[in-house]
Write a protein that binds this ligand. Structure first.
Ligand code: HEM
Length: 501
């Protein structure tokens, strides 16, 4: 009898499944292997947590050390996020300036989603809508905060006078100046937003809102647990509860202010940036389809962006200034000599910006030394991209290591020393190439800070006025540390005030 050959007749079904599984696994491993080979160099990390254990208390400093071994572009995994770290000006320029369509997105971090579902400005995803949003926000800032007719100079001088009076009259000679600085900078922003005749120092909701910024900045920082390991919120819900509560409180504050402004809005008499935003909402958000889908709600959310991005940054820079000058009192003396020479006894105005090179050099050196945004705000790639010879996947987090650049021994002599003179020529003029490096503190490319002009004006007026009126001495340990959240603050310190007149 003829027997028929039936292929695979005796092959076990389980055996087949096992072989298929093994092939799939091998293909997956090989694919991963070839993908990894095309990535920038970097150390091996652990499953799930990646390189989180490497980072330490100052990740930017760790990255600078790693750059010595792995080069100016390297790859790590921050928890679940594939991440590239750009450690030189060239690498940052090649990515953010030369490939802006790809490198201008924000990572889909938990906190970025919690803030307006990434449809706002600072943490919004890069799109046509975002570009329009930036244009609107920029226009409002220019009109109400940096134009010739804006009240910024008047407001800063009013608030700095109050601050000086408070410090001279009612503070004992061993106090932490941080809260007063935060309130003064916050008050300027508040009045730029809502109109200059409002007394915000007695508005408890405003005071709470300024305090909430601390918790929000901790939760929104790239290194926060919930951003790196989002599943942790199911095990430790308290990690996000506080963040969400504070975000909610600050939203309520902004909404209350909007509805008050709306009820008394007069397009012929606009009081501040909120009225500017109402006017923009009337223009751009009535017919959504015509304007890249931007909504009234998104335009109004710019208030939260200005509060979040504009108060803590400028106030942190001032906190560093007072600390560093209280340690280096000889630099106060040099600033005061210049201030007395140029201004005589009168207070500073914005017209004096550019006439006080030593003060300007000191502000630049504070920004370099303090480096308040050591890794800027993280970017993300919006498509797969070939960058240099590497293949970077869509959704990769991009850190710009500004701290590394500000402490680079190849750029700065004795980078750990506080020395404003490094920004001055022999003829006492600012070295612009060096000042340009410090400008990267405000970001690079299409997501660059839109508040830089405002903050530089505020810093100039605050710092010149304070040190014209007084000396500050440190009353605590000069070995300060850094507290790193979304920005970098000095650890708490105490000062003594000595009025000059
Ligand atoms: C010393 C003060 C300040 C520093 C160091 C600073 C720094 C930064 C940095 C590093 C970024 C991110 C740039 C990037 O993603 O590449 C940024 C974005 C931003 N800043 Fe500032 N900033 C300051 C003050 C201000 C002020 C006073 C305002 C407004 C009132 C402001 C509004 C914004 C906004 C709206 C963005 C988001 C831009 C975008 O995502 O497209 N900033 N800032």
């Amino acid at each position: 009898m003829k027997t028929h050959f039936i292929p695979f007749e005796n092959v076990d079904f389980k055996f087949c499944i096992t072989i298929c599984f093994a092939i799939l696994l091998m293909t997956g491993i090989l694919k991963k292997f070839f993908e990894i080979r095309k990535l920038p160099p970097g150390p091996w990390g652990y499953p799930f947590i990646g390189h989180l254990t490497l980072l330490g208390s100052n990740p930017a400093e760790t990255f600078s050390k790693m750059a010595i071994q792995y080069g100016d572009v390297f790859f790590i995994r921050m928890g679940k996020w594939p991440t590239i770290v750009l450690n030189s000006r060239d690498a940052i320029d090649e990515a953010l300036n030369k490939m802006p369509e790809i490198f201008s997105d924000r990572p889909k971090f938990y906190s970025n989603y919690a803030i307006n579902k990434m449809k706002g400005l600072v943490f919004g995803e890069y799109s046509q809508r975002l570009r329009l949003h930036r244009k609107i926000a920029n226009g409002v800032l220019q009109e109400f905060a940096t134009s010739k007719s804006s009240p910024t100079e008047y407001l800063v001088r009013k608030e700095v006078d109050l601050l000086i009076k408070l410090w001279i009259q009612s503070r004992d000679n061993n106090f932490n100046p941080v809260h007063d600085i935060e309130m003064a900078v916050g008050a300027v922003m508040y009045q730029l937003l809502f109109g200059s005749e409002i007394n915000c120092h007695s508005d408890q909701s405003f005071i709470d809102m300024v305090k909430n910024l601390k918790t929000i900045n901790e939760g929104a920082s790239a290194g926060s647990f919930v951003n790196m390991l989002p599943w942790i919120r199911f095990i430790m819900p308290s990690k996000v509860k506080k963040l969400l509560e504070r975000l909610e409180l600050n939203s309520k504050f902004a909404e209350k202010c909007i509805s008050e402004s709306l009820s008394s809005y007069d397009k012929n008499h606009q009081r501040g940036m909120v009225d500017g935003l109402i006017s923009a909402a009337n223009k751009y958000a009535e017919k959504e389809v015509h304007h890249d889908g931007i909504t009234r709600h998104q335009i109004y959310s710019t208030i939260r962006d200005f509060i979040g991005a504009g108060i803590d940054t400028t106030s942190t820079t001032l906190q560093w200034t007072v600390l560093l000058l209280s340690i280096h009192t000889n630099i106060q003396d040099k600033m005061q000599k210049e201030i007395d020479n140029i201004l005589g006894g009168r207070g500073p105005t914005l017209q004096d910006q550019g006439k006080l090179p030593y003060v300007e050099a000191t502000i630049l050196e504070v920004m370099r030394h303090g480096t308040i945004a050591p890794l800027n705000i993280p970017h993300s790639t919006s498509t797969d991209v070939k960058f240099r010879d590497f293949e970077i996947k869509k959704g990769t987090v991009v850190f710009c290591n500004i701290y590394g650049i500000f402490k680079d021994k190849n750029i700065w002599t004795d980078p750990d020393k506080f020395r404003p003179e490094r920004f001055l020529t022999k003829d006492n003029t600012i070295i612009h190439e060096r000042a340009d490096i410090i400008a990267t503190q405000f970001g690079v490319g299409r997501r660059r800070c839109i508040g830089d002009t405002l903050s530089k004006r505020e810093l100039f007026l605050f710092i010149t006025s304070i040190y014209q009126a007084m000396n500050t001495n440190l009353r605590s340990d000069p070995n300060y540390g850094r507290i790193i959240t979304i920005n970098c603050k000095p650890t708490p310190y105490k000062i003594q005030i000595i009025p000059r007149y």
